[in-house]
Design a protein. Structure first.
Length: 180
């Protein structure tokens, strides 16, 4: 069941730093206005889970709904450039942190120049052809691989989080511009 999946994602705090997980700073929302539906598969050494994510993005906000494959609402979150507000299923553990969901989304899809403006001094974001690597204190934390590159919105992406030991496979099902 998906409810067992979320705690193992980036949303789970590392053992060595359980009090305060390292969170990539959240960048500002970016236009154009669009609605995106994605299938997200998470893989750990011992299991695999999936969810459907519906995103609405524009220059003023980010809104995201997470649904089980059966259509059960798991969480909703919004970000207005200053504050993350979330509403999650009471079945989800307290350790689920919606800010991690937004930072993974931004790490994959935001322009590198926008992300670099927000990174602390000891953090680096490197880009190569079809790849991004987030390095924190000279240690590779996250690698993003664009499996089907697209200049507007890559349709298939793999995110490997070395710090929290999981992989996300993100497949964009639909991408639609919407009127602002």
């Amino acid at each position: 069941m998906f409810l067992l999946w979320l705690p193992g994602c980036v949303l789970m705090q590392p053992v060595q730093d359980a009090a305060k997980p390292e969170l990539m700073p959240i960048a500002q929302p970016l236009g154009p206005a669009r609605r995106i539906v994605q299938q997200i598969n998470a893989v750990w050494a011992d299991r695999q889970e999936s969810l459907l994510a519906v995103l609405e993005l524009d220059a003023r906000h980010i809104a995201m709904a997470g649904l089980s494959n059966d259509g059960l609402s798991l969480f909703n979150l919004t970000y207005d450039g200053n504050t993350v507000v979330s509403d999650k299923s009471p079945l989800l553990p307290e350790s689920v942190n919606p800010e991690f969901i937004i930072t993974d989304l931004q790490l994959v899809y935001w322009p590198i120049a926008e992300l670099q403006k927000k990174l602390p001094v000891e953090w680096r974001l490197e880009a190569a052809r079809n790849k991004r690597i987030l390095i924190v204190r000279n240690k590779k934390q996250v690698e993003v691989n664009y499996l089907s590159p697209d200049p507007v919105w890559p349709k298939a992406v793999e995110l490997v989080n070395f710090q929290y030991n999981y992989r996300l496979y993100i497949k964009t099902i639909s991408y639609d511009l919407i009127p602002e």
